[in-house]
Design a protein around this ligand. Structure first.
Ligand code: ADP
Ligand code: ASP
Ligand code: MG
Length: 412
């Protein structure tokens, strides 16, 4: 047990919040206010906005499909190395003792799934010792060290997960996620101006929203927070006002049938044309993809009129599309298909709400609303508290706004 009455907090600042030196100074000033108020602060930061995209682009520029993911991690982890050092210096210049930590220096151990590693364990000692010595610990998000002693990264948006995991490991009182919006909204406020800010959202709804694309919190971070009862708050790094608290279901007073709408542009559709309609075909298609560590999301099988052939349509992440196509090409003989279509100009729109468990007609309203706008649905998937559809990307804004209004989510 730690014999300390000082409040321990973890703060996480995303890429736009550390996008240039002025913003880094702004973050440092904010941290200073908490330190002055007597809190011990461990900070997790992302790379400067745009940096990770550029690093990923460089790797893809050399090799789009078959690159060594361990080397990819070596490259993309570098973005956070810059911001931790800069933030530590910015803190020191305003009289706040601080030191920076790369993932491995902060004891963040992951599995060996390079480019999408999972945190296995965090040794809390390095960060706690730093905090106990009166310094702010500035930790690189998004990265850790794998069992082979090599640098790993956690997947895009992974700094949120680093922050929540660190908060759990050092038993922090709360984990504040500072970003470029002042909370979690009913849908992306940058696209739907009438989106409403939520004071509270349940872990479960936030988890579902995140998993279908609301990138304000990364999915795994929410799952971790839920499991370890970490108090997570999403708030603005630019303004001083209360954000959105992620809470247990019993802490939410009034719950809506639909609590939010999310979209993901990170989808690509693949259609495998004319495969034999017989047992084992789906396994022949999805087996090699799974072996290549490619996640498949929505799946639709349509059977042709003769009943002999079927088409398999499914989605993978845009990043995985080149690799998925390469894998399917290689397995062409085993699968036995005629040809493959791919389309990355698609978007997945999802409506989420725990109220769906007890209310019928949510999916119908979604289909009818899209139909009224003349938007064609290419694939559908559902879960207990979510309905998702795949549509052409050009209709993203139109669909989001229409659905937001249809479900009564517009702010007054
Ligand atoms: P950071 O760089 O701080 O991690 P992100 O870009 O990952 O920030 O996440 C914040 C962004 O998430 C916002 O700028 C907003 O466009 C987007 N977003 C998507 N859905 C929502 C939502 N429901 N509520 C708030 N923001 C959302
Ligand atoms: N810099 C990483 C990314 O852009 C991690 C993060 O920002 O959370 O995905
Ligand atoms: Mg993020």
């Amino acid at each position: 047990m730690r014999a300390s009455s000082v409040t321990l907090v973890v703060q996480k600042y995303g890429g736009t919040s550390v996008a240039d030196l002025d913003r880094i100074r702004n973050v440092a000033a904010r941290i200073k206010r908490h330190v002055t108020a007597g809190e011990k602060v461990a900070v997790v930061v992302s790379a400067m906005a745009g940096t990770t995209n550029q690093l990923v682009g460089w790797v893809h520029g050399l090799d789009a499909a078959g690159y060594d993911t361990a080397e990819y991690d070596q490259v993309v982890a570098s973005g956070e190395q810059v911001t931790i050092g800069l933030l530590a210096i910015a803190l020191q210049t305003i009289g706040v003792p601080a030191r920076s930590f790369l993932g491995w220096q902060a004891g963040i151990r992951t599995d060996a799934a390079y480019s999408k590693a999972r945190i296995v364990e965090i040794d809390p000692r390095p960060v706690l010792e730093c905090l106990d010595s009166g310094k702010v610990a500035v930790v690189a998000g998004f990265q850790g060290i794998g069992p082979e002693g090599r640098v790993t990264t956690l997947g895009r948006g992974g700094s949120d997960t680093s922050a929540v995991a660190l908060a759990a490991a050092i038993k922090a009182e709360r984990c504040d996620i500072f970003t470029d919006v002042d909370g979690v909204y009913t849908t992306d406020p940058r696209i739907v101006a009438r989106a409403r800010k939520l004071e509270r959202i349940t872990y479960e709804e936030m988890l579902e929203m995140a998993s279908v694309g609301a990138k304000v919190l990364e999915t795994r971070s929410v799952a971790l927070a839920m499991r370890h009862h970490v108090r997570v708050q999403v708030l603005s790094s630019f303004e001083d006002k209360p954000g959105t608290l992620v809470v247990d279901e019993d802490e939410v007073v009034e719950s809506q049938i639909v609590s939010g709408i999310a979209y993901s542009r990170n989808e690509a559709r693949i259609t495998v044309l004319r495969v034999k309609d017989r047992p084992g075909v789906a396994a022949a298609i999805f087996g090699p993809l799974a072996e290549a560590n490619i996640n498949v999301d929505m799946i639709v099988q349509s059977v042709s009129r003769d009943g002999v052939y079927a088409n398999q349509t499914f989605t993978v992440s845009k990043a995985d599309l080149p690799r998925a196509l390469a894998v399917l090409e290689k397995a062409k003989d085993e699968i036995g298909y005629e040809s493959i279509l791919a389309d990355s100009d698609v978007v997945k729109i999802s409506v989420i709400g725990v109220g769906m468990r007890s209310h019928a007609g949510i999916a119908h309203k979604m289909f009818a609303t899209l139909a009224a706008k003349g938007i064609n649905i290419q694939a559908i998937s559902t879960s207990e508290i979510k309905v998702s559809v795949l549509i052409a990307e050009e209709y993203t804004e139109l669909a989001l706004r229409a659905l937001h209004t249809a479900y009564g989510l517009d702010k007054d």
